[in-house]
Design a protein around this ligand. Structure first.
Ligand SMILES: Nc1ncnc2c1ncn2[C@@H]1O[C@H](COP(=O)(O)OP(=O)(O)OP(=O)(O)O)[C@@H](O)[C@H]1O
Ligand SMILES: [Mg+2]
Length: 240
């Protein structure tokens, strides 16, 4: 049976650019569902709002309108578009993971600690968290000499591996993925595909954006197409 863990209804987000006195629509009337043990992929042209939808779900962005219904294990539903910040933080620690397009990390933390942190925040033991982080870094081909170095100076591909390892270490219930393999070599991309497939069979529901259509074909159970957005010159009225 398909169990929905996330239902997005008529999600809208736009930004107001003061200099141009214009609204930039970032996503409009998006409807989608993510099911347990399945992956929903979002596709569409650049700028159509794929990253914005993920950020609205993770509440990096506050949606303008629409509902983002998260159905938890206990059967309760939370509208992430309306929930208080402390509830959002709680869910980020316990249920919802996000592998962002770019790694934003604390400058002086070493790679191993950046990766093991989500497990520690969930109450995991330090040794076990370190071991799990080391296993993932090995699997993702991150050379051991880099494990004790802060990722700030890493190459794009190395940073992406750290970002993926950090997102995957705690097996969240809902995993958001924004182009997680865009700067990886073919060998590491294959490892990530295997890893995502095995995480899926363990029960994680995923909402993903991929750079390559081939990955959508291989991994996604459902595909949602977003339409490209125009610019509305609406003057000063209206909220964001
Ligand atoms: N913080 C922001 N401030 C202003 N405009 C923004 C912001 N974030 C996104 N936008 C605008 O919203 C639109 C959608 O951007 P978004 O990054 O969601 O697109 P995307 O579909 O992920 O594109 P890509 O495929 O290139 O990653 C773009 O026109 C972008 O300029
Ligand atoms: Mg994007």
């Amino acid at each position: 049976m398909n169990t929905p863990i996330l239902t997005v209804e008529k999600l809208n987000k736009r930004f107001f650019l003061h200099e141009q006195k214009a609204f930039i629509p970032s996503c409009a009337d998006v409807d989608l569902t993510v099911f347990k043990k399945q992956m929903t992929a979002m596709v569409g042209p650049t700028g159509c709002g794929k990253s914005s939808v993920l950020k609205c779900i993770f509440r990096t962005y506050l949606p303008r309108s629409g509902r983002v219904l998260y159905h938890d294990e206990a059967g309760h539903t939370t509208d992430l578009a309306q929930a208080l910040d402390h509830r959002i933080l709680e869910l980020r620690h316990s249920d919802i993971g996000f592998v962002t397009q770019f790694l934003h990390c604390l400058p002086r933390k070493k790679a191993l600690d950046v990766v093991s942190e989500p497990l520690l925040l969930r109450g995991g033991k330090k040794e076990e968290a370190r071991d799990a982080a080391a296993d993932l870094l090995r699997l993702l081909n991150v050379p051991e000499r880099l494990w004790h170095v802060p990722p700030a100076t890493f190459s794009g591909g190395e940073k992406q591996r750290i970002n993926l390892a950090r997102g995957l270490i705690s097996s969240p219930r809902l995993l958001l993925l924004d182009e997680p393999t865009a700067s990886l070599d073919p060998d590491t991309t294959e490892r990530v595909i295997d890893l995502l497939s095995s995480i899926k069979t363990r029960g994680v529901g995923m909402l993903a954006v991929f750079h390559h259509p081939e990955l959508v074909r291989r991994l996604a159970d459902h595909v949602v197409e977003l339409k490209s957005q125009g610019t509305e010159a609406l003057g000063m009225e209206g909220n964001i």
